[in-house]
Design a protein around this ligand. Sequence first.
Ligand code: ADP
Length: 589
Amino acid sequence: MTPSLGRTTFQTKFFLAAFSAAVIALGVAGALFATTMRRQIDERIEATLVAEARLAADLLARGTPFANVSEPDEEADRLGQLIGARVTFIAPDGRVLGDSSETLDGVAAMENHGQRPEVVAARETGLGRSRRYSSTVKIDMLYIAVPVKHPAIGFVRVALPLTDVRHQLQPVLTATLAALSLALLGGAVIAWLLSARIGRRVRLIAEVAHRYRQGDLTPPRLGFGDDELGTVARALDESVQEVGRQLAQQARDRGRMEAILAGMSEGVIVVDPQGRLQLVNDAARQMLKLEKAAVGRPYVETIRLPAIAALVGGVLSGRTREALQLSPPRDPSRTILATAAAAAGSVAHGVILVLHDITELRRVDQIRRDFVANVSHELRTPLTAIRGYVEALSDGDASVEDSRRFLDVIARHTHRMERLVKDLLRLARLDAGQETLDVIACDTRNLAETVIADLASAAEERGQRVEVTIAPGAETIRADPTKLHDALRNLVANAITYAPEQTTIRIEAAPSAGRVSLAVSDDGPGIPEEDLSRVFERFYRVDKSRSRDPGGTGLGLAIVKHLIELHGGSVRAENVAEGGTRFVLTLPT
Ligand code: ADP
């Protein structure tokens, strides 16, 4: 195929093929027709000539013998005139006696015709025919010779120039050529119309295929037709649409999976059977400090934790591995639980590594264990004391005075346990969300006064004064009065406990950045900076030996924090520059 033909469109090729087929078919048909016609005309002319020769022979046989030597030539001229052909009379010995196309002198000069093929054949078979060049008239002629029953003439020969024969054929050939040309023109038009139609359809299919290749799978608006081309195009189109649907479904599934993986707090890493990272979600990337470019690279190069590399390697080599706990790189405070398993049940699909950050779980578990240990410890101390004094009393040796003292101690410890259990129950209720809020606008001064009245005897005992200052804008606080009272009471009670005797405790309310703050400050020893944030933890005490004495449960501030956070507020402890501690509750208005 030449390059120019290579660029020829399908329509042109189809047209050329159809037109060539039409040309060949019409050419062959025309040639056959022309040959057949030519043969038939030839045969008819020949048959006519034969009939004319026979007629002339018959006429001569019936006629009278010629009187003189010029008579045969005249007769030949007359007959030739009549039938419109060359007529020659030949004597049995071959001499020419008369010829319609020669004068008498010419006839006398003509050579002997005895060996002319038509004459030889006429002599032998009664009819001779021949097509050849006439040396007499110098053109190709068709000769027919028949024997004559005549005393002087042996053969009559009738001849027609072949140009005459061809002249007779010409109109037939011209008509045939004209018909062929017309048929060819019609064929060209039909071939062009057909090729244009099929070309249009092929172009439509090619355009659709091109569009599909670009990724646009919108089905074509026009149909493909009902023939084989349409059926094939439709079958391919349906296959592409089906593949497109499946690809879209896969993309949706992948998107969903990626969204799930991205939203997971667990780290997920997929390693292919060749040990290259196939997928790393954000959580895994953060936990193991992996770069984005890690995907596609071998896990042994990218995961720099030997324990995890060994875990993945173990699963890849078909060994099952226990889950392991480890700390991520450069972050020893965190704990990660790593588990690895063969993807879809076979390592041929790779390995899935799941990383679970269990730091919080472990912290909560630790808190729970510490809490149980603390509660047990807090209960054991008073119980041991009570048991000791009860045993001392049951001995019966104690004096009345001692017995009263023992009973006092027992009562104090019982009271302490009672408070502890009460505080624990309250915390449990708060943890379980069983305490609901009943928020109203509370009068701040009234709230402070009630707390002071509650604790008046304790403060009086220690010679302490409690001052209340309400700044404008903080006259009312929106809160659950009972719960806010409990929180404030706890803070003031702590101040009374921890501040020295004869000092002043201040309750100050002031608006602050759209909220209201309620502060309780004292002139006490303050709280070491490192403990400030921890005093709200359960059972946390700054100085255990000292605080055991005042009989606190270690739960008071934890309850305060809970109660204030229930209101949507916050609580903080700070040291005052002049000495002493300040607890600040901030509540939404
Ligand atoms: P407790 O029942 O022991 O008072 P809290 O939860 O109320 O428990 O307080 C926790 C710890 O915070 C106390 O043990 C104490 O060490 C410290 N603390 C609380 N209030 C004050 C304060 N006003 N001055 C100094 N230390 C305080």
